[in-house]
Design a protein around this ligand. Structure first.
Ligand SMILES: N[C@@H](CCC(=O)N[C@@H](CS)C(=O)NCC(=O)O)C(=O)O
Length: 553
């Protein structure tokens, strides 16, 4: 794994105390005050994902050193909310009880301020209560949990390492009596040694004392918890990056309310617009947080050979024909022309070229060395995807993609212009933007351009003009399929809300045979677009045009 920092290094350790001085963070719970050890807020400690999952699942009791607890618990504190802390006169530890935050609103707590909503909202939330409760035991410094001590004795009183918990995986099997006695090795006065923490799930256990409590893990994923509330380290990142108060404060609140009704689409109807914006905001923030993990990875570059279904199509169109498509497997402009050729079922030859190396064969037919370009017959050639699509239409072979009347044609051309001048520039602005706050803004702008198109589409669809795919769909299809394959992993772009007209349109495009026949496997797009997502210099003429605010090449 790629480590930016080690938990024991102090370079990017931020004590919670410093946090409290940041005005943006008044919303952060004061849970840290409940622990005697100050929490560390380390952005990217080693094996973060594994630790988060472990601390989320708590399938078996977990023993942590103080350092581990301080480092990793702030990364999952959003999952739980503090219920109570118990201290004992005679026992050298403190017990902290936390409930899963998705437990729902306990009876008697403050309700929504909106009287029109509270009744329905309560119904929605109560169906899906998550009953997970955990107990965190914080042992006094210099003492050791009994279970660890037993292991230690078995090993003949050898010095216990800070990583004892991981050194003795057998420990975590037992569910009994993990309270401790003062260690014979570490006297209670010895403050140089690590303090221990144990975490266990107690719902459904006797000691929970709650008869209605059932055992078992969370009823939801960790992602769902992350959507409802962000953890403290994440919040620190947000405040450090100077994100606005609005986006960090309001969204978790609204998202929690709205997500409560995700399974009840009727309730949601009014809020689709704001739900979408909130999802974008949260997903962008969460996405950017895990971006830290990518820093050390090897840089990926564009693919030079199609994969998956697109590769089969390339192979079945490799023999010489009069009509030749010069393309690049990752290129959405190429895919437009390619989809059109597949729908029309006209004979063509696909020739893969590298538009960044620009072989003479490409420059001969495309002066700027852009793909796609076509040759038709020994003499004639043209480039530009939109012009190629018009040309294929004018050939009058195979299925037409433009409708038949002049008025319908004009309508299709108007929305083709929208794809070209609005959707595509917004797509790249969003993908290339590095600033988190601007990404949220550009995500919303991109969404608006797409929704405008969907609003102009035939009411029933599923395609733009009705049951069959047509010109406008083909013009935009390559970017539609790159929403899930590129915008989602790099920018947290949300999947369509199921059941919406927009979702049905995306689905119809994703499942169209000609789209699928020209689409490579997901990894090809993920790798090929890393350059755009990182906005690397010299990525392409298109990327430069976006960065400098010029029109598309
Ligand atoms: N307006 C052109 C744009 C095509 C385009 O930008 N293609 C990219 C690949 S996706 C390219 O050839 N880039 C080469 C370069 O930037 O030098 C079209 O619609 O065909």
């Amino acid at each position: 794994m790629h480590h930016h920092s080690h938990p024991v290094s102090n370079s990017n350790v931020h004590q919670v105390q410093a946090l409290a001085e940041t005005p943006q963070l008044d919303e952060i719970e004061t849970y840290q005050l409940k622990f005697e050890s100050p929490m560390k807020l380390i952005e990217n400690p080693p094996d973060l994902q594994t630790w988060r999952e472990r601390l989320f699942n708590v399938d078996e009791p977990i023993f942590l050193t103080e350092d581990e607890f301080q480092t990793y618990f702030p990364h999952v504190d959003n999952v739980y909310s503090h219920r109570s802390t118990q201290t004992y006169k005679l026992k050298p530890f403190v017990s902290h009880y936390w409930n899963c935050r998705l437990k729902g609103r306990p009876p008697g707590t403050a309700k929504s301020l909106d009287p029109a909503r509270k009744k329905r909202r309560r119904v929605a939330r109560e169906r899906d209560l998550c009953g997970v409760k955990i107990k965190i035991v914080e042992y006094d410094r210099g003492t050791i949990p009994q279970e660890l001590e037993q292991q230690h004795k078995c090993l003949g009183h050898q010095t216990v390492s800070r990583d004892m918990a991981s050194a003795f995986p057998g420990l975590v099997q037992s569910h009994t009596g993990i309270w401790m006695t003062p260690s014979p090795v570490y006297g209670p006065q010895d403050t140089s040694v690590s303090k221990w923490f144990s975490i266990q799930r107690i719902n459904g256990k006797k000691e929970n004392g709650n008869t209605d409590s059932v055992p078992g893990p969370h009823k939801h994923s960790i992602e769902e918890s992350d959507r409802i509330k962000k953890n403290s380290v994440f919040r620190l990142l947000v405040s450090k990056n100077g994100k606005s108060r609005r986006s960090t404060h309001l969204t978790p609140f609204f998202a929690a309310r709205l997500l409560g009704s995700v399974r009840f689409p009727i309730l949601l109807a009014r809020s689709i617009q704001s739900y979408c914006d909130i999802t974008i905001t949260l997903r962008t923030l969460i996405r950017n947080m895990s971006d830290a993990n990518h820093g050390m990875q090897q840089k990926k570059t564009y693919a030079q050979k199609a994969t998956g279904e697109a590769l089969s199509t390339v192979q079945s169109h490799s023999s010489e024909t009069a009509l030749k498509l010069y393309g690049a497997c990752f290129c959405p402009f190429v895919q437009r022309a390619w989809i059109a050729l597949e729908i029309k079922r006209v004979p063509y030859q696909y020739i893969e070229v590298d538009p960044y190396k620009k072989p003479q064969s490409l420059l001969d037919i495309s002066p700027k060395g852009l793909v796609p370009a076509i040759r038709h017959g020994p003499e004639w050639s043209i480039n530009d995807s939109a012009i190629i699509m018009e040309y294929l239409e004018d050939l009058g072979q195979g299925t037409p993609l433009l409708p038949s009347t002049p008025q319908q044609k004009a309508h299709s051309r108007l929305w083709t212009l929208h794809v070209h001048s609005k959707i595509i520039p917004a797509f790249y602005r969003y993908l290339q933007e590095q600033d988190g706050e601007k990404q949220i803004q550009y995500a919303k702008e991109f969404k608006e351009t797409v929704i405008t198109l969907v609003d102009a589409a035939d009411q029933h669809g599923p395609f733009f003009l009705g049951p069959e795919i047509s010109f406008v769909d083909v013009q935009v299809a390559p970017w539609v399929i790159r929403m899930r394959r590129v915008l989602s992993p790099y920018r947290g772009w949300p999947d369509p809300e199921p059941g919406t007209r927009y979702a049905r349109w995306v689905d119809a495009i994703e499942h169209h045979k000609a789209v699928q026949a020209t689409t490579s496997t997901d990894d090809l797009y993920l790798d090929s677009y890393e350059r755009y997502a990182e906005n690397r210099p010299n990525t392409s003429q298109l990327a430069d045009a976006i960065n400098t605010g010029r029109g598309l090449p």
